[in-house]
Design a protein around this ligand. Sequence first.
Ligand SMILES: NC(=O)c1ccc[n+]([C@@H]2O[C@H](COP(=O)([O-])OP(=O)(O)OC[C@H]3O[C@@H](n4cnc5c(N)ncnc54)[C@H](OP(=O)(O)O)[C@@H]3O)[C@@H](O)[C@H]2O)c1
Length: 130
Amino acid sequence: AGSTNTHWWSRVERRMAWFASLALLGALHVAALAFPVLSHLALCLRRHKDLRRRYGAWAVVTGPTSGMGRSTALELARRGMNLVLVGRNPAKLRDISAAISKAAPAVQTKTVVLDLSLVSTAQGEKLTLR
Ligand SMILES: NC(=O)c1ccc[n+]([C@@H]2O[C@H](COP(=O)([O-])OP(=O)(O)OC[C@H]3O[C@@H](n4cnc5c(N)ncnc54)[C@H](OP(=O)(O)O)[C@@H]3O)[C@@H](O)[C@H]2O)c1
């Protein structure tokens, strides 16, 4: 009877080990599924930093007239930063300035017409000293 009992216990232990391994696998799978959802939620719910308090009231954006620079300028303006907008084309700079004033009327902008490829050249030195 003793040997039957030991045999029975070892079967129960093996089953429990299986159950524990499956439960662990299940938990890992659920965690892997939940992680991206939770991190996305955390990203959506986080409080934005107060950029003005952290970096000052003004930011410089180069290339603000199109692409990523334009989106960056509009987002910074939406978050209350005043902007110095640097680009080569005065008409495009006026256009982004107007878009910012419309989207965030309290925000101040200054435009600087400058070809950044001239930085560190003799022509650029002359332009920046003007
Ligand atoms: N790391 C990445 O994964 C990744 C991905 C995408 C883009 N990028 C880089 O991010 C930058 C922006 O890309 P994008 O596609 O948004 O726009 P983009 O077309 O490369 O840049 C356009 C902006 O840059 C300005 N610009 C171009 N040359 C200039 C110069 N010599 N002086 C002053 N301003 C100048 C333009 O202003 P004006 O024409 O009005 O002067 C315009 O506002 C690029 O350098 C690009 O290579 C990186």
